[in-house]
Structures are given as C-alpha cells and as structure tokens.
Design a protein around this ligand. Structure first.
Ligand code: HEC
Ligand code: HEC
Ligand code: HEC
Length: 138
C-alpha cells in the first residue's frame, strides 16, 4: 500500500528542509526517524487519549515546532503544500495522513494555542464517539 523508503532511493528525492543549528538534533537518529517516525507518533495516539499518557519527546506539536519554519517571505507552508516538512516526502510517496485535521501544522508560536486545543478535544471526542457506535460487536 505504501512505498517503502528503500524504493524511493532510485528516483529523485524531494527536498526536505531540516532544522539547522548547533546541537539541534532530532528525537532519534536521522536514519531511524526517516524509516520509523510514524511508530513514535502513531501508537501514541491511543495511549494519550485513552490512558492519559503523554511523552513530551514524541509530541507532534514538538515535531512541528522544530521542523516547520517560515520561509524568507515569512510564509509558512500548509500541510497540503509540498514545502511543508511532513508533506515533502508524503506527497512524493503518496502517503495520506489525517493528523492535521486536528493537529496544528504550524509551530505553536504562530497560532492561538488555547483555542485550537479546545477545538481538537471536541473534534476527537466526536470522532471517538462515532467510532464506538459504528464498531463494537453487539
Ligand atoms: C529539536 C528539534 C527537532 C525535533 C523536536 C524533532 N526533530 Fe526531526 N529532525 C531534526 C533534525 C536537526 C534532523 C536532521 C537529522 C539530525 O541532525 O538529527 C531531523 C530529521 C528528521 C527526519 C528525517 C528527515 C530526512 O531528511 O530524512 C524525520 C522524518 C523527522 N526528523 C521527523 C520528526 C518527528 C516525527 C518528530 C516528532 C516526534 C521530530 N522529527 C522532532 C530536528 C528535530
Ligand atoms: C523523509 C521523508 C518523510 C518525512 C520528512 C515525513 N514522512 Fe511520514 N512517512 C514517510 C513515508 C515514506 C511513509 C510510509 C512508510 C511506510 O509505510 O513504509 C510515511 C508514513 C507516515 C505515517 C503513517 C501513515 C499510515 O497511514 O500508515 C504517519 C502518521 C506519518 N508518516 C507522519 C509524519 C509526520 C507527522 C511528519 C512530519 C512531522 C512526517 N511524517 C514526515 C516519509 C516521511
Ligand atoms: C480527531 C482529531 C485527531 C486526529 C485526526 C489526530 N489526533 Fe492526535 N491528538 C488528538 C487529541 C485531542 C490529542 C490530545 C491532545 C492533548 O492532550 O494535548 C492528541 C494527541 C496526540 C499526540 C500526543 C500529544 C502531542 O501534542 O503530540 C500525538 C503524538 C498525536 N496526537 C499524534 C497524531 C498523529 C500522528 C495523527 C495522524 C496519524 C493524529 N494524532 C491524528 C486529536 C487527534
């Protein structure tokens, strides 16, 4: 269903902008993140929401804070544009994610956080309620 990173190596790879600066490192080594970033953020979704576990290290908001920056004109690419860090590869590899329907696609310092947070809680609750009533064996 999804194109593995290995098979992309033979075709021109999209430009991925990475944070620069002394001592700025990803939460895991680059190679690990390139292949397995989804594992760190995906399975946290259920943990966070159902068990209240929250690991700051793998917070999606933190990924965005570090990886997404305005360009020289002060514009920040949206998650559906090729310039957005998360979309640079995904568009290329035809990966679809729904994360940014709820989560902010730009750094927290550029958004009104408290309002957004309230909104996504409501949206998530609605989504989970819908899932519960569709799923489940009766
Ligand atoms: C403090 C800044 C910082 C945070 C937070 C951060 N990253 Fe990174 N990330 C980097 C840097 C810098 C690199 C380039 C490799 C390196 O130096 O480690 C990178 C590399 C990557 C790559 C590989 C890109 C490529 O060129 O192949 C992916 C994918 C990635 N990060 C995803 C994430 C995700 C997902 C999160 C949140 C769980 C995250 N990063 C959090 C700084 C960060
Ligand atoms: C270095 C390229 C690259 C970058 C940068 C990148 N991704 Fe990915 N991502 C991929 C590839 C390739 C896949 C599909 C991997 C597979 O299934 O083997 C993927 C898959 C995913 C998936 C799983 C989708 C699914 O339906 O299984 C999620 C979630 C995801 N990425 C989130 C993110 C987020 C959030 C960011 C930005 C913080 C990001 N990715 C940045 C290449 C990238
Ligand atoms: C229907 C709305 C919704 C969707 C879609 C969604 N999330 Fe979340 N997510 C939430 C809510 C609500 C929380 C809890 C936020 C909090 O407590 O601050 C959360 C928390 C998280 C957290 C831990 C806290 C943080 O700040 O990062 C991660 C990581 C995360 N989600 C990743 C993802 C990823 C990756 C996707 C896409 C594959 C995704 N979410 C899709 C609503 C959603």
């Amino acid at each position: 269903m999804l194109l593995p990173v290995e098979s992309m190596a033979e075709t021109p790879f999209p430009t991925i902008s990475e944070p620069e600066g002394e001592g700025v490192e990803c939460v895991q080594p680059e190679e690990e993140m390139r292949r397995n970033h989804m594992n760190y953020i995906l399975h946290q979704r259920d943990q966070t929401v159902h068990d209240g576990i929250r690991t700051e290290t793998y917070s999606l908001a933190r990924c965005i804070d570090c990886h997404v920056e305005p360009n020289e004109n002060g514009e920040i690419a949206g998650h559906d544009e090729p310039e957005h860090f998360c979309n640079s590869c995904h568009e290329y590899a035809s990966v679809q994610i729904d994360c940014f329907e709820c989560h902010a696609d730009r750094p927290q310092k550029y958004i009104q956080r408290s309002k957004k947070k309230q909104d996504i809680r409501e949206e998530l609750n609605a989504a989970l309620t819908a899932e519960d009533s569709n799923g489940g064996d009766q």
